[in-house]
Design a protein around this ligand. Sequence first.
Ligand code: NAP
Length: 255
Amino acid sequence: MQTSAFQSLHLNAVYLPFPISEEQLPDLLNAFKLIGLQGFNVTIPYKERIIPYLSQLSEDARRLGSVNTVKAIDGRWKGYSTDGPGFMRSLSSRKLELHQKKVLMLGAGGAAKAIAFALINQGLDRLDIKNRTREKAQSLKEKLEVFAPELRISVNPETKTEYDLLINTSAVGMDGVSLPIELEVLDRCAFVADIIYNPPSTPLLQAAQKRGIPCDNGLEMLLFQGVESFEIWTGQEAPVAVMRDSLKKSLAFTN
Ligand code: NAP
């Protein structure tokens, strides 16, 4: 989707994958500088490990302690995190207003952290976090509370709350058979966002559709985290429709 975006705006650039080992990281970064590379993404397991090599971090990346986008600025690297903003942009195309709303988030891994840090700026009424490993959810709650001391955050709550939004950030459902939550909880949710994009329809999304609950998979988040990266690198508005089309084609190809 990035190369399609460059082409559509006639930018002389390409986006290429470099599978590397950890020992190669310092040499690779020097090589990138030598050839005048303008920016890159990093993914697991480099989202934290890249940080010591960067001169500057955006506010989002600093809070999270995680980077997925790097830009060269005057010969130095600056790190950004676009997963949280990407998720928020995917919701805004659904016109979901989160002010004073109740949100249940499943999962407490890397994606959950990025999304939760974006959510706490939205003026929520409450954020409930449910995770298999309670300690991880508790640790995320404590990190969030530093920046949003006034927000009600509960871990693995036993409530009958009606949620405005359920977000599945856990990996449960990638197998195409498992449900990350009891159906009784799903029945109390007004909108469901599952950030899994492969398979395109998880059992959670199928159950939501069956009940007439509006829902989205993770394709738009994947798209918009890339849109955010594109805009950081180029300073130009991304051609979103071109990127969406290209992303859908490549996912269809992989499946
Ligand atoms: P991660 O850091 O490894 O976290 C995985 C999360 O899933 C943890 O909360 C983990 O719970 C939970 N989990 C895994 N297996 C489970 C099981 N069998 N039962 C209950 N909980 C389970 O991974 P991540 O990077 O956050 O990614 C999570 C999911 O988000 C993946 O499906 C990934 O493809 C998707 N994702 C999508 C996008 C997008 O752009 N759409 C971006 C990033 C990630 P524990 O803490 O108990 O282990």
